[in-house]
Design a protein around this ligand. Structure first.
Ligand code: 5GP
Ligand code: MN
Ligand code: MN
Length: 316
């Protein structure tokens, strides 16, 4: 599908009456940040808008979206943000189709009536900021904080390879609009518990090195022992990336369905690996779910897919 222009998307937003905004399952900072910012924009445009998701907004992000609907209200259109595939939306897309799909996943096929996909944007929130400018609406502090959160989380705190000069220029504008980075940090990164810290510790303890690859599994027994959850354990990923000489890191966590995997890399195309397991994402950050497999089984499968393509060396 052809991506529309920013002007065309702005035109769609201006013409809206009532609309629901949703994002992908397992919402992250960009999912909620881009949604919150767009809700702010719609409000300024006089559009009646609600956030709609079957899952709870994660606690550490709820300050951006305090209220939500669980189902698409009758007569509402649907805008999806940061959602690369139609089967990953927070609420099912109605038979009439999704109104608008705004995303930065290059593999997004464009499943809505109007699609805006920019794989070069560091975050979907960055695209929403461009829409404020396109529509001549000023970014107030609230919306700026939401955009900042999206960019900050999707760039690993301004560290990943998806960052461009434009990303930092926008960040500067957001600070001018009132964002205080340390305040956002307090809200999104300093709300943890000792149980969360312990499950991260357990995950790191389980880390194994195979040459250029680090794999860390975490299972139900680790959750029980530490009191932390599978999502809490994901915080370990950034520490896994600190080992010198490693290209790919994999975080494999037990979930009720099987094992959920998160892949990060410096150079290697992990999106292709994730796609091979029915998942997807970006070239250097991707994920998948292997149903019915334990993390140990998922690890063998993953190493099998990487063998011959990366130097797996000896297990350490
Ligand atoms: P994370 O590892 O943080 O869950 O996700 C990293 C990237 O991969 C994100 O862009 C996310 O949307 C994508 N991703 C994660 N899991 C899946 C999945 O199961 N399917 C698809 N299509 N994308 C995924
Ligand atoms: Mn996301
Ligand atoms: Mn994103």
């Amino acid at each position: 599908t052809e991506s529309s222009t920013l002007a065309e998307v702005a035109e769609v937003l201006r013409g809206l009456d009532r609309v629901a905004v949703t994002t992908h399952v397992g919402a992250d900072g960009d999912a909620i940040g881009s949604s919150a910012a767009l809700l702010g924009l719609l409000e300024k445009l006089g559009v009646e808008a609600v956030f709609c998701h079957e899952e709870d907004v994660p606690n550490y992000l709820r300050w951006m979206i305090p209220e939500q609907e669980r189902q698409l209200p009758e007569g509402y259109g649907l805008i999806t943000l940061d959602t690369s595939r139609a089967d990953r939306t927070g609420v099912p897309i109605p038979d009439s189709g999704a109104t608008l799909n705004i995303d930065h996943h290059a593999d997004n096929p464009g499943y809505a009536r109007t699609n805006y996909v920019d794989g070069a944007a560091a975050a979907t929130a960055e695209i929403v900021a461009r829409l404020f400018a396109e529509l001549g609406v000023e970014l107030d502090k609230r919306a700026a904080e939401a955009v900042y959160t999206g960019i900050r989380t999707d760039t690993g705190g301004f560290r990943y390879r998806n960052i461009s000069p434009e990303t930092h220029e926008l960040a500067a504008d957001l600070l001018r609009a009132g964002v205080v980075p340390a305040e956002v940090d307090d809200r999104i990164n300093r709300t943890g518990t000792i149980e969360q810290l312990r499950v991260v510790g357990a995950t790191l303890q389980n880390a194994e090195r195979y040459g250029e690859v680090i794999v860390a599994t975490v299972d139900d027994e680790d959750y029980r022992r530490t009191g932390g959850t599978e999502l809490d354990s994901k915080e370990a990923i950034d520490a896994l990336r600190t080992v010198a000489g490693v290209d790919v890191v994999a975080h494999l966590r037990q979930v009720p369905k099987g094992t959920k995997g998160s892949l990060r890399s410096e150079k290697f195309d992990v999106q292709e690996i994730a796609q091979g397991f029915g998942g997807g994402g970006h070239r250097l950050a991707a994920g998948f779910t292997l149903e019915g497999l334990t993390p140990e089984e998922a690890k063998e499968k993953l190493l099998g897919a990487l063998r011959g393509r990366l130097d797996l060396g000896e297990k350490r």
